[in-house]
Design a protein around this ligand. Structure first.
Ligand code: SF4
Ligand code: SF4
Length: 117
């Protein structure tokens, strides 16, 4: 399984997704980002922080965005890697990035634990 960025991402320059990705597997196209399916470790962190709801598990992609699965595979191999947030001033440093990821990840774990009860 992998996660993918759908075309709903178009034009977003906030790039919260990039900040929380522990393996830096986002790539920047002209109008949207893409995830490299060979690098994504399925942690789900990016999906929880995307304000546009543009990120899906490849297994749960709505019909209208099915072609985006292939698009992510192809474009991520041809676009530059993006590892820092684009707007909002200075690039986010690795140390801060780890903190943000930990916060996002602990929220996910909490959600899972709540669902178990
Ligand atoms: S946060 Fe969502 S909409 Fe913004 S760049 Fe990332 S995937 Fe695209
Ligand atoms: S699911 Fe995790 S590893 Fe995959 S792109 Fe999102 S943040 Fe990165």
């Amino acid at each position: 399984m992998t996660f993918i960025v759908s075309q709903r991402c178009g034009g977003c320059k906030h790039t919260e997704c990039v900040v929380v990705c522990p393996v830096d597997c986002f790539y920047e196209g002209t109008n949207q980002l893409f995830i490299n399916p060979k690098e994504c470790i399925d942690c789900t962190a990016c999906m929880h922080v995307c304000p546009e709801g543009a990120i899906y598990s490849a297994e749960d992609v709505p019909f209208d965005y099915r072609l985006d699965i292939i698009e992510n595979e192809v474009q991520s191999a041809n676009c530059p890697n993006i590892t820092e947030k684009k707007l909002g001033g200075a690039p986010v440093k690795k140390k801060v990035k780890k903190k943000i990821f930990k916060r996002a990840y602990s929220a996910i774990i909490q959600e899972d634990e709540d669902e178990d009860f």
